[in-house]
Design a protein around this ligand. Structure first.
Ligand code: NVA
Ligand code: CP
Length: 281
């Protein structure tokens, strides 16, 4: 959890937005340093922190927890990622797409991989809101929850976008403007799920064939971290155990000129500063 103070004598962290230095103090509260939910209810902790700080960014697992923080804190609470959603990543991703294509409306966006994780859920909703044609290309077992799909379809009907779910890689990636993927096992999931997840998702790896099936102008996106080689301990371990040196995306695609992953990473910084500025000023 990150706790923000507009003026502070503690460690200062300079956020400059449009030439305006937010000059905020930032405190990091790690899970071991708080009694939240153990000896103190979320509602009580929220009210204590809300008296001391101007804003709270929560990154954790439970969506209910961040919603309860927001309900009681009395100050802006920003969702920095939960099991269900990753809204701040959406702003960086949409900005990156707009930078590349000059527009969002009408673009064909394909998400490949675990389509019911935080990224799959949030991308579906974000694309629906902004009028993109969203396709989740994944095994049926990893489709987003039916209720959320219905919500996204309702939003898309208003914006001129659409929501499609398919298991078919050829159909799902054909003529796409954006091919997006995420790691196959998310934060908080046990190591025991790797074997099953690899079995389910291997056919959905983003590789040269997938990119060739998309539009010639198509870009590749990834929120990071990524297992595109064996230069991580988990990547090396998986390569040894399952014989796959690349997982959700091949190194070739990740390093290609069509890959905009580091533009996305940079845009995380600009968009989160904008969110903080917009909600605190
Ligand atoms: N689905 C990933 C997203 C990381 C930004 C995870 O939860 O680990
Ligand atoms: N994209 C994103 O939220 O990644 P980290 O987990 O590396 O912060």
């Amino acid at each position: 959890m990150l706790l923000f103070e507009k003026t502070s004598t503690r460690t200062r962290c300079s956020f400059e937005v449009a030439g305006y230095d937010l000059g905020m103090g930032v405190t990091y509260l790690d899970p071991g340093s708080s009694q939240m939910g153990k000896k103190e209810s979320i509602a009580d902790t929220a009210r204590v922190l809300g008296r001391m700080y101007d804003g709270i960014e929560y990154r954790g697992f439970s969506q209910e927890l961040v919603e309860e923080l927001a309900k009681y804190a009395g100050v802006p609470v920003w969702n920095g990622l939960t099991d269900q959603f990753h809204p701040t990543q959406m702003l960086a991703d949409l900005l990156t797409i707009e930078e590349k294509f000059g527009t969002l409306k009408g673009l064909r966006f394909t998400y490949m991989g675990d389509a019911r994780n935080n990224m799959g859920n949030s991308l579906m909703i974000a694309c629906a809101k902004m009028g993109l044609h969203f396709t989740a290309c994944a095994p049926e077992a990893l489709f987003p929850a039916r209720e959320l799909v219905e919500t996204a379809k309702g939003i898309a009907a208003e914006s001129g976008g659409s929501v499609t779910l398919t298991e078919d890689v050829k159909a799902g990636t054909r003529d796409a403007d954006v091919i997006y993927t995420d790691i196959w096992v998310s934060m908080g999931e046990p190591d025991a799920v790797w074997e099953e997840r690899i079995r389910l998702l291997r056919p959905y790896q983003v590789n040269a064939g997938v990119m060739a099936n998309a539009k010639e102008s198509a870009i590749f996106m990834h929120c990071l971290p990524s297992f595109h080689d064996t230069r991580t301990t988990i990547g090396a371990d998986i390569a040894k155990k399952f014989g796959i040196p690349e997982m959700e995306v091949t190194n070739e695609v990740f390093e290609s000129a069509r890959s905009v992953v580091f533009d996305e990473a940079e845009n995380r910084m600009h968009t989160i500063k904008a969110v903080i500025y917009a909600t605190l000023h």
